[in-house]
Design a protein around this ligand. Sequence first.
Ligand code: ADP
Length: 260
Amino acid sequence: KAPKPAKSEAAAPKAPAKAVIAVASGKGGVGKSTTAANLAAACVKMGLSVGLMDADVYGPSAPRIFGLTGAPGLQKTDGGIEPLEAHGVKLVSMGFLVGERDPVVWRGPMVTGAIRQFLTEVNWGDLDVLIIDMPPGTGDAQLAIAQSAPISGVVIVSTPQTLALDDARKAVALFDRTAIPILGIVENMSFFLCPSCGEGTEIFGRGGARAEAELLGVPFLGEIPLHPELREASDEGRLVASGDGPVAKAFHRAASGMLH
Ligand code: ADP
């Protein structure tokens, strides 16, 4: 069946959670998926029921981050699609649909179609929070998703570099156009936190995202350090924010900021 063009799309489907939060970034590689997954884990730690929809078709990384590589794909029955579950988070990913090694050439309408299906046909149960890991960028695909999902707010992830900040500004502008509230900006890789001595080193120059957030009049949700544990954990299917270390605490603070 041919997907309908965005303009004639029916009203946005009923919200699958009390809060549907999109995690977006102006460009790839800034740690958007890492942040989305750890914000989900932080919400679990607060005692909330949490789902995560990995909508990043171009590089679905939730299967790896949640330790579900090679897991059987999503099962569709008459009753709907059963999400997978890991670290207390109910999970669906484009990665479970397309296969992790398949080259993905999805057009915008296909992406919004799949997202609509994830929103309406997945048995999410009673979720407090559904986090959507958005595809990176600020183009038509992002706009279409924003318009087709009942998003209550968006968290923008940026690194402190000027280029990444320019992209974050574009992301803020994109969501402003859709009248979706910006819940705040998270600065990832703010500084290098040395795992052996605990000292912080400002590699890219720190504070850029905080200043940018002030300029744009959106909340600043905090700084996530560059820390080897985060990359290692992602590769091993662990989530740092499930624990209590300094990096975990940074995610806990960002999560409570975004829920306020
Ligand atoms: P994006 O979703 O923006 O493309 P990812 O979340 O996939 O980015 O992160 C890109 C890579 O950087 C991954 O290997 C991830 O483990 C690593 N990474 C992200 N944030 C951090 C951090 N704060 N410290 C260390 N490694 C990080």
